[in-house]
Design a protein around this ligand. Structure first.
Ligand code: ADP
Length: 272
């Protein structure tokens, strides 16, 4: 049984109004426990809609979503938060607490972690993203550096110990050092705890380094599903997915350096 299963899912915004917009069309997808999956696609292709559906924040208009075999509508929202943790884009804009401790403690308290375990929970989550509990616990989240704020936001979701971590553009607008640190900490947390990872990203470099399997959405439809190297070696599929050429060239170079066979597909020269 797949951990997450979407069966013929459609989602429409502002249904039955003149502004009606079908954001997802007949999407079926299985995600297994322990998998790492990337979601690619241009702005407006339906990526955010898909993760909100998986997190139970919105429900399909047609079709079903099953989490651990149970229809998503039957999950109580607190229980679902323990299974699926979502870090939205620019999560640091949503900080609200006066201290780092309170910011991280909010989630676990909300899902019912007993008060005597909260300190360990906060400490563990901060350490998972390389932030020192003792140095930072009493500081204001708003006074941290850009990279630290992003790591704190991720820690506040890790503190709930979700089985599936969903990250929407986790390193957007960070400098290369900040980006590398975050990818490293996520990679370690996922491997060490045998979790499932779903990453939405425009950054193909991030995708190729963090996940193996990718799906590509185009105007709400799933147009590719398979291993990332298969996508990056299939020019037709890339064209269909309407991805950015300079990004693709960068990725093909990385794959060539890593020694992936490019046979039967294309080379960097072919697409320049
Ligand atoms: P992505 O995350 O890939 O940028 P979205 O899932 O946000 O794509 O959006 C998919 C489509 O749904 C787009 O055409 C977008 O304009 C539309 N859409 C998204 N959110 C809303 C909303 N709240 N109301 C109306 N239309 C929306």
């Amino acid at each position: 049984m797949a951990l997450i299963s979407l069966k013929g899912v459609y989602y429409t915004y502002l249904k039955d109004t003149p502004l009606e917009k079908e954001a997802l069309t007949n999407v079926s997808l299985d995600i297994e426990q322990g998998e790492r999956i990337g979601i690619l696609g241009k702005t407006g292709s339906g990526k955010s809609t898909l993760i909100q559906l998986i997190g139970g924040l919105i429900y399909p208009v047609v079709g079903e979503i099953y989490i651990k075999g149970k229809e998503i509508k039957k999950w109580n929202s607190k229980e679902l938060c323990k299974v699926v943790g979502i870090v939205f884009q620019y999560p640091e804009y949503q900080f609200f607490a006066e201290t780092v401790f309170e910011e991280v403690a909010f989630g676990p308290r909300n899902v019912g972690v007993p008060e005597e375990k909260i300190e360990d929970c906060v400490r563990g989550a901060l350490e998972s993203v390389g932030l020192s509990y003792d140095e930072l616990k009493d500081r204001s989240p708003f006074h941290l550096s850009g990279g630290e704020k992003r790591r704190l936001a991720i820690a506040s979701i890790l503190a709930m110990d979700p089985e599936v971590l969903i990250l929407d553009e986790p390193t957007a607008n960070l400098d290369p050092k900040g980006k590398f640190q975050i990818m490293n900490y996520i990679d370690k947390w996922i491997s060490k705890n045998n979790k499932t990872l779903i990453v939405v990203s425009h950054d193909l470099d991030e995708i190729v380094r963090l996940v193996r399997r990718v799906i590509v959405l185009k105007a709400g439809s799933l147009v590719f599903e398979g291993l990332s190297e298969k996508l990056f070696m299939n020019y037709k599929k890339l064209e269909e997915a309407d991805l950015d050429l300079p990004e693709i060239i960068k990725i093909v170079k990385i794959l060539q350096e890593k020694g992936y066979p490019i046979e039967g597909a294309f080379t960097v020269q072919e697409i320049v």
